[in-house]
Each structure stands twice: as C-alpha cells, then as structure tokens.
Design a protein around this ligand. Structure first.
Ligand SMILES: [Zn+2]
Ligand SMILES: [Zn+2]
Length: 266
C-alpha cells in the first residue's frame, strides 16, 4: 500500500502580506492564498484515500503546524464534548491514545510513504536561516524527498539550490492571483509522473553563495571553519558562532624535546 505525503510550508510573513493587502487589485490576500492552498490540499487528498498532508505556517519568529493540529488540544476538545460514564478523564485519554496508536501501527505496517515538501514563498530570503535551510536541503536529499518551491514574488537563490539538489520543481509564478492553477498543474502530480508531463523548463541555478554579512553573491570568500558561515571580508571573530581566529604568524621555533629512550631492563 503506497501513500503520498505532501508537506506544504506557507510563508505567512505579515510584512509581505500586509503590503500585498493594500497594493493592487491583482494581488492576493493571505486568506485568499490559503483558500488556494486548501483547494490544492483537498485535490491531493482526493487523488488517493491513503494520501496524507501536513501544513506548516512559517511566521517571522515561529513555525506552526496548521494541520495536523496539536495533539494535546485535540484531546482536550474531545474530553469536553464526550460524556464518559464517570471514567477518570485522564485514564480515558491514555486508553484511547494507546488503542488508537496501536490501530495505526497495525494498519500502517508495510505502508510506504513517498514524501515531498512544497514551499510557498512570499517574502525575501533571510540569510540568518541559511544554515537551517542547508541542513534541511541535505537531509531531504539523503532521504530522497523532493523540495518544490512556488515563489509568489522575487526569485529565491536558496530555494533554487534546494529544488535543484533534491530534484524538485522551482517555479516563480507570473501571476499571483492564478496561484491555484499553478499548484494544480505543476505541483499536484506525483513526482513519479513528472517525467511524462510538460512542466516549465528548469531554470539556471546560481550556485554562488551569499555572504552572511551583506547577503551579496560572492565568487570567493572566507568560510568559518567551525560553522561554515561565509564572509566577503576577513574578520577575526565569526559573527555567527563567535569563534575567534588567530591570525597567521611566523611559526615559533621550539627546542626539540629529547626523545625518550627505553632503558634495558636489568
Ligand atoms: Zn559581505
Ligand atoms: Zn562561525
């Protein structure tokens, strides 16, 4: 039994969406965008009853699972609604959870999940998240999880690299109010079917790295040997991990230590 999991990461940066709100008549509000995303998700779930979905909102200072919701909240809601024959509620929760998880475990044994990640990106790249993103990209590559990116406005160098490395699809949509059309056309079909489709041509990926100090693309730079941050100029202290580097000086000559000689046992 195969199922396909799509994890949709939606950029809900309030500054960017705030600008969209008042910008023009061809824009899209965040709630309209979510309507498009929900229609896409429904289509994915409709394709196969075993298909699964997760939605994560990426905010400026936190990421939150929109679906599935937080387990604790769900349980609390259930407890409030159901009448339980005077059973101690905590016991009931434990019993239900154990039974439910056992059932899932049995049903899902041998189930193969093909996962993929879809990022719907609005605001500009944030250089402070470079390391996290690189870790995600290489993990996804190792687990054969394609990272797809649907870009609402400016191109993202980081996501171009992510999609290229993981065999995902990168698309900067020409019209934001047609978001759903692009989601259904490009991102809904399973990655295994992509070879048979005529998808937008792949873009040229700029593999130059951006320096962490000015976020500009550089050909040659300085790399911190501890955290791999990249800088365009030499600095004695890494601004990311605060490691201090010693400047290269002439080697200090020391007298050679006397070699220990083993004395013959007497
Ligand atoms: Zn710089
Ligand atoms: Zn460093």
């Amino acid at each position: 039994m195969e199922c396909s999991l799509v994890v949709v990461v939606v950029d809900v940066n309030p500054v960017w969406w705030g600008l969209q709100n008042g910008a023009n008549d061809k824009g899209l509000t965040l709630f309209e965008c979510m309507d498009h995303v929900l229609a896409f998700i429904n289509s994915h779930v409709m394709m196969n009853q075993n298909n699964k979905v997760a939605v994560i909102a990426s905010h400026t200072n936190e990421s939150r699972f929109l679906y599935p919701g937080r387990e604790a909240d769900v349980k609390a809601d259930d407890g409030g609604r159901e009448v339980r024959d005077g059973k101690y509620e905590h016991f009931a929760n434990i019993n239900d959870t154990v039974q439910e998880e056992i059932r899932k475990l049995i049903v899902e044994t041998g189930q193969k999940i093909n996962s993929r990640l879809l990022v719907i990106k609005a605001a500009d790249d944030n250089a402070s998240q470079y390391m996290n993103l690189m870790n995600v990209i290489f993990t996804a590559q190792k687990q054969s999880i394609p990272v797809d990116a649907c870009i609402l406005e400016k191109d993202s160098g980081l996501l171009q690299q992510a999609c290229d490395i993981t065999n995902g699809v990168y698309l900067q949509i020409p019209q934001i109010n047609g978001l759903l059309q692009y989601l259904l056309w490009v991102f809904l079909p399973d990655p295994s079917l992509r070879e048979t489709l005529v998808l937008p041509p792949s873009i040229h990926v700029d593999y130059r790295a951006a320096c962490f100090c000015h976020r500009t693309l550089i050909d040659i730079g300085y790399v911190c040997s501890v955290c791999l941050s990249i800088f365009c100029t030499y600095s004695p202290i890494c601004s990311t991990c605060h490691t201090a580097f010693k400047l290269k000086t002439a080697p200090v000559l020391r007298a050679k230590k006397k070699k220990k000689t083993s004395l013959p046992a007497t």
